[in-house]
Design a protein around this ligand. Structure first.
Ligand code: CP3
Length: 347
């Protein structure tokens, strides 16, 4: 890369209005692609798949070939952190992740941060290989789950709709629950710092379950831990742009942006566009927020939604993306069409 010619995604996250805007899609690698399903069969388990550099590098490259996206997101999962801490994690066909729950101080004491980086060494290798293999103009995104979202899986033993056990623990014994969150803040920060050293140029923190919390709990378990991670990563790598994704945060998106110090915020599909343009885009780069179901549905409605998003946000710092990940039954042609519409966009 020539000096002064930063990648489009990085320029947008540093506050530039890039036209047409850079784009990538959450879960751009995954089951909607036949070439992904084919490779996926060759691995015995989903976690082995994530820890096998040959396979993870190849599936990261697959969507780039179809879409010429402006970013590659390393292929991995947010649940490698509990796995690396020593918790039992399995992915069951048709059921998603299943974990041996951590619900008290005794279970918490068994988790061991000492094995983190040895266990996650394959992830660092994947990033280093990707930076050599992706096109020069493509940015490389590393990521982690944010503490609350990882804690949901650790405590519930699976993804929840109400997240009742974690919410109850957080109310009954905030100090005890806070120890789990602190362990995650430390582990995630250290993991992200190593990702940057391995080649990641942008980081995203996924807080997919942020939207289940009351305001006071949101401030304590979403804003504060995300803020601490941003502070720790930036103390070592101040130049690295960080995108936050407190999904379904509603009106609290604004305080999240102001108080965490993120460079970009990824918006779920329920966020009103004009509100985000007025309240959030002056504060940081916005990313999102095409409904993943309209991407699945396709047709004229999809084309119109893409255009409205581009019209609303393209005169400021913006990254085109979805409000949540691509669904497995999405026709790949619909995703390719959206990529084409963005690339052809002129204001
Ligand atoms: O292309 C990319 O976006 C990179 C890869 C990626 C995966 N998971 C691969 C994956 C990323 C960024 C994630 C993040 C992730 N994982 C989140 C945060 C974002 C979100 O979706 O809210 C969460 C909550 C998880 C946990 C997780 N992993 C669940 C709930 C599931 C099961 C649901 C499902 O779609 O099956 C997974 C499995 C998973 N992670 C798959 C992929 C491609 C599908 C598993 C398979 O191929 O068998």
């Amino acid at each position: 890369m020539k000096p002064g010619s930063e990648r489009k995604l990085v320029r947008a996250l540093k506050g530039e209005a890039v036209s047409p805007p850079p784009f990538w899609f959450m879960r751009q690698a995954g089951r909607y692609l036949p070439e992904y399903r084919e490779i996926r069969q060759t691995a015995t388990s989903f976690l082995d798949f994530c820890y096998t550099p040959d396979l993870a590098v190849e599936v990261t490259l697959q969507p780039l070939r179809r879409l010429q996206a402006d970013a590659a997101i390393m292929f991995s999962d947010i649940l490698v952190i509990p796995d690396a801490l020593g918790q039992q994690v399995a992915f069951r066909e048709g059921e998603g992740p299943v974990l041996e729950p951590v619900r008290d101080a005794e279970a918490l004491a068994k988790l061991d941060m000492g094995r983190l980086h040895d266990h996650l060494a394959p992830v660092y290798e994947i990033l280093t290989r990707l930076r050599r293999e992706i096109p020069d103009e493509t940015a490389l995104i590393g990521f982690a789950g944010a503490p609350w979202t990882i804690a949901i899986y650790m405590v519930e033993g699976r993804g929840g709709t109400e997240c009742g056990r974690a919410r109850t623990w957080a109310y009954q014994d905030p100090d005890g629950f806070g120890k789990l969150i602190d362990l995650l803040v430390q582990s995630i920060s250290s993991y992200l710092i190593r990702q940057v050293e391995a080649g990641a140029e942008v980081l995203q923190l996924f807080d997919s379950w942020a939207g289940v919390l009351s305001e006071t709990q949101f401030r304590r378990w979403i804003i504060e831990p995300n803020r601490q991670i941003v502070e720790r990563v930036k103390a070592v790598h101040p130049e690295i742009p960080i995108i936050g994704f407190p999904r379904n945060a509603g009106a609290l998106y604004r305080d999240f942006v102001e108080q965490t110090g993120v460079d970009g915020v990824s918006l779920d599909h329920t966020v009103p566009l004009n509100w985000a343009k007025e309240q959030l885009q002056p504060l940081c780069t916005v990313q999102g927020n095409l409904d993943n179901h309209i991407l699945l549905a396709g047709g004229q409605a999809l084309e119109e939604s893409v255009e409205i998003l581009l019209k609303t946000f393209s005169d400021g710092p913006f990254v085109f993306n979805l409000g949540h990940g691509i669904l497995p039954s999405t026709p790949p042609e619909n995703v390719e069409r959206v990529a084409e519409l963005i690339r052809g966009w002129t204001t």
